[in-house]
Structure formats: C-alpha cells, structure tokens
Ligand binder design. Structure first.
Ligand SMILES: Nc1ncnc2c1ncn2[C@@H]1O[C@H](COP(=O)(O)OP(=O)(O)O)[C@@H](O)[C@H]1O
Ligand SMILES: O=P(O)(O)OC[C@H]1O[C@](O)(COP(=O)(O)O)[C@@H](O)[C@@H]1O
Ligand SMILES: [Mg+2]
Length: 467
C-alpha cells in the first residue's frame, strides 16, 4: 500500500507550471491510525465479468478537478482544488471474507434510497464476494436500539422499484457513543451512511470517534438530499425525479388556473433552506408566473409586490401560477403573539416552518376580496410535498444511485474512510466528509439561471424595498 504521503501527493502539477498546479484534498485512510494494516489484490482481477486492464483501476494520482471553468485571460488562476477519483483500486485493504458491512439511511426520504441500498448489497456481494451485509433500521438510533437485518441480493432484488427506504429512517436519536459502541460491539468494519446535510454532520462525529478509538472501521457517506442543499457535489440522486414530480403539480395548477375566471394555481414545493426544486421545476415547466424561494425576500403589497404583479398577470392572461418553496417568506408570515413565539424544531434540530402555501392562499383571497369585490376569483392550492420525494427514482437517478453506491464500495474496500462519494463535474469523486458537512448549496440569485427564471416569468425582483 502506498504511504499516506504518496496517496495524497499535494502538488501534482509541474513546479514551473502555475496553471496546472493542484491542491489535492487529503483523503483519510485507515492506515493513518493503523499503519500496520496490509493490503490484498483486488478480487475483481478474477471476476469473470471483469477483465481489468491496467487503466481499469484508479490510481492514487487520478483526480477530479473541482472547478473546470477558467478565464484563460487570467494569468494566475491559483492552485486548483482536486479530489481523488472514485473507482476500484488495484490493491484493497479489506479481505472480503472478513468484511461485516452495515448500511443505514437517515433523515427525510429521497427518490433512489432503496436503489442505493440494493446496489450496496449487490455490489459488495458480486464485485467483492462480501457475504456479511446488514441493514440498520430506522436511522442513527437504529444502531443501538434495533437488531441489524441480514441482507443479500435475493432480499433486495426489486428494491430499486420502490420509493422510500426499506430500512426505514428517522430524525434525531444521534447518540454518538451509543452508535460507535454498537458498531464496535457488532463487529461492523464498513459502515455505509446514506443521508443529507444533518447526517453528514453526524458522520463527521462518528468518523472522528472511530479514529480516536483507533478502530479498523471504514465509514463511507452517500449524500441524499431532495432539496439539493448539500454542496460540492453536482446534485443529489433523486433530485431530478423530484423535479419531474413537481412539474406534474405545476401542470395541474396551471390547468386549474386556466379553467377558472381569474384563477391562480399555487404550488408549494419542498426546499427548507434552498429553492432548487422550485427553480428547476419552474424553468422546466414554463407555466409558472412567479417562483418564490428561501434565498430571496418577497413582499405582497405595494409597488413591485406580488399582488401588483398578479393583478397585471390576471388582466393580461386571465390566470397565473405561483410556485413557492416551503422555506420562502418565513420572515413575513405573522406569528401571532410575536414576543411569545417559540421557533419550533424537529428532532434533528431543523426548523419547522409555518405553512407559506396556506398563508399565501389566504392572503391572496383577502387581497382580491378587498380590491375586486365584484369579480370572480379562485385560488387552487396544491401541496405535493411528500409526493415529490416518496416515489421511486427515475432512470437517470437510478443510474446515479448505482454508480455512487459502487464508488462507495470501492473506496471502503480500499481502506479509505471519512469520505463521501458524489459526482463533481460529472465524474465520481471521494470528498472528505468534513468538507461536505460544511458545504452548503444555496441558489445563487445573482447567476444566469436565476436571471433566466426572472426573464421567463417576468416576476418582480422584489428589491429596493426596506423591510
Ligand atoms: N450537527 C449534527 N451532529 C450530529 N448529528 C446530527 C447533526 N445534525 C443532524 N444530525 C443527525 O443526523 C440525522 C439526520 O439529520 P436530518 O437533519 O434529520 O436529515 P438530513 O440528514 O436528511 O439532513 C438525525 O439522526 C440527526 O440527529
Ligand atoms: O416531514 P419531514 O419528514 O420531517 O420532512 C420535511 C423536510 O424534508 C425535506 O424534504 C428534506 O429534508 P432533509 O434533507 O433534512 O431530510 C425538507 O424539504 C422538508 O422540510
Ligand atoms: Mg437536511
């Protein structure tokens, strides 16, 4: 096995070639704390389905660049961030017969979770010959409060066709010491954690505690977020399926609005702190007149407000469609007795929001009755919240799930730990979990994509007003 220093060779570019110089993100490896661990040939060498030629295996020097956009006029672009490329390694650290793998799913649902589980099971079984594979039920708390369930390819054969997670999931219940004790007591030596930003923060703690105890346990993360709020990776699996589902709600809202006199179709979509689903569904459907997301303030009354805009749209078009992400407008929804208001949190500590959709519907009705008491008006409010995430993954997302699960297996088998797999600029990479746990992925309302939303909707920019 190459030394840690070689694996993480910091500068891959020529000394005198400033533009090619890279900063390779250091990837934790089990030999960092257990230097005497040996290596074994990769069993893929003898797998009848694989005929590995030398390029088949990923070398420690294979990297994926974080940023591929550059202004060539810039003379000194600075060192480029690079991550180890995901894929099978020529030599591996774990003997397959000694692997005891655990798989857990945490947080909210996302299309494709079952596919990831299935592919972890089948991949471990078929690629590496691992036979001891277990599902941990009901999220992090399941490590210390439930019995693991033995999994094999037969059990999981049709899971990719099912939404949700067959292992079940939960929020909260993160008790670090009980979790690591349970992992140790059950002799798991590979732990695959599927979850969102909260899960990744928990994984950092698990990884650090395992390191502190000097245990021979690899921890691999697979980011799952229907909101697409995890940074660095291109997007989460399941996101595109969710956008597709969201469009169906928008189509229904449009049909309802168009079929009424002064009809407004109002759709609330998921997106606690990021409006990616709302944005992508808006841009792909083109039936949306106004898209409201958490990254952007908005207001209802007066010049440049939502009501003025909708008034004009109804006069011009007779109907309008408004899409609102659940985290939008939270600052302007009245909270009853302000001083006595206590912000609610779910078991994981995430804020529980007021229903922006229900509030908007009621405000729209009040506004119309006040300003146009004699004219017909209809608001049809559609809340497909759970429908967009509780479905099986579509074809591209299922493929993503397969590739990301296999990436995780190859990394863990090679002895990498504390890493997360995901596509960066279309190529699967291993990213230190600490970095992923820190990274956020808000919608950039200054970029071209958001400008295009505004240009296809003609919605106000809601700027220039003091709140
Ligand atoms: N900062 C944190 N430290 C440790 N565990 C966390 C942290 N934030 C969330 N978790 C745990 O991660 C799990 C999933 O988190 P949650 O926020 O509900 O979903 P998601 O991972 O999808 O964002 C829960 O069990 C929660 O207790
Ligand atoms: O009702 P639940 O299951 O707590 O989930 C609601 C939340 O789940 C999400 O879809 C995703 O949240 P997570 O990524 O934290 O799981 C949010 O958009 C939404 O606020
Ligand atoms: Mg989350």
């Amino acid at each position: 096995m190459a030394s840690s220093a070689t694996r993480n060779a910091a500068a891959l570019g020529g000394e005198d070639d400033e533009e090619l110089r890279m900063k390779l993100q250091r990837l934790p490896h089990l030999t960092d704390t257990l230097p005497s661990l040996g290596t074994h040939p990769n069993p893929l060498d003898n797998n009848p389905f694989f005929h590995p030629i030398s390029e088949f295996y990923i070398a420690p020097s294979d990297v994926v660049l974080r940023h591929i956009l550059h202004d060539v006029a810039t003379t000194t672009p600075g060192p480029q961030m690079a991550y180890h490329r995901a894929g099978p390694r020529k030599r591996i650290l774990f003997e397959p017969g000694r692997v005891r793998a655990a798989i857990v799913t945490c947080g909210g649902l996302c299309p494709g979770m079952n596919t990831v589980i299935k592919e972890l099971v089948v991949g471990l079984w078929e690629l590496y010959g691992v036979r001891q594979i277990f599902g941990v039920a009901a999220g992090y708390r399941g490590f210390y409060s439930t019995e693991p369930v033995a999994l094999n390819p037969k059990i999981v054969h049709d899971w990719h066709r099912k939404g949700g997670t067959a292992l079940q999931t939960s929020r909260g219940g993160f008790n670090l010491h009980q979790i690591v004790d349970a992992i140790h007591d059950r002799a798991f030596n590979q732990v695959y954690i599927i979850g969102g930003d909260g899960t990744m923060r928990g994984m950092v703690e698990i990884f650090n505690e395992i390191k502190r105890r000097k245990l021979n346990i690899a921890v691999a993360g697979i980011p799952k977020t229907v909101d697409n709020d995890v940074g660095i990776i291109d997007r989460s699996f399941g996101f595109q399926t969710a956008v597709e589902m969201a469009q169906q709600a928008i189509i229904a809202a449009h049909t309802e609005a168009e079929s009424a006199v002064n009809g407004i179709g109002l759709v609330k979509l998921m997106g606690r702190s990021t409006g990616h689903i709302a944005l992508h569904a808006t841009l792909s459907s083109r039936d949306v007149d106004c898209c409201l997301i958490p990254e952007m303030d908005f207001y209802l009354e007066g010049k440049g407000g939502l009501f003025e805009f909708l008034d004009a749209r109804l006069k011009d078009n007779g109907h309008a469609v408004v899409v609102v992400a659940e985290g939008a407008g939270q600052d302007i929804i009245p909270r009853g007795n302000e001083s006595g208001h206590v912000e609610q949190r779910d078991e994981s500590g995430n804020p529980v929001f007021l229903d922006v959709g229900g509030w908007l519907k009621s405000e729209l009705n009040k506004w119309w009755t006040r300003d146009h008491p004699k004219e017909l008006f209809t608001v049809k409010y559609i809340d497909p919240t759970y429908m967009v995430r509780a479905v099986p993954a579509n074809a591209p997302d299922n493929l993503y799930c397969t590739l990301v699960a296999h990436s995780a297996i190859h990394g863990a088998m090679a002895g990498y730990t504390g890493f997360v797999c995901g596509p960066i600029n279309g190529n699967y990479a291993y990213i230190p979990v600490e970095e992923v746990a820190r990274a956020k992925n808000p919608v950039n309302i200054r970029d071209h994509k958001w400008a295009w939303v505004r240009s296809v909707t003609n919605q106000p920019d809601f700027e220039g007003r003091s709140y």
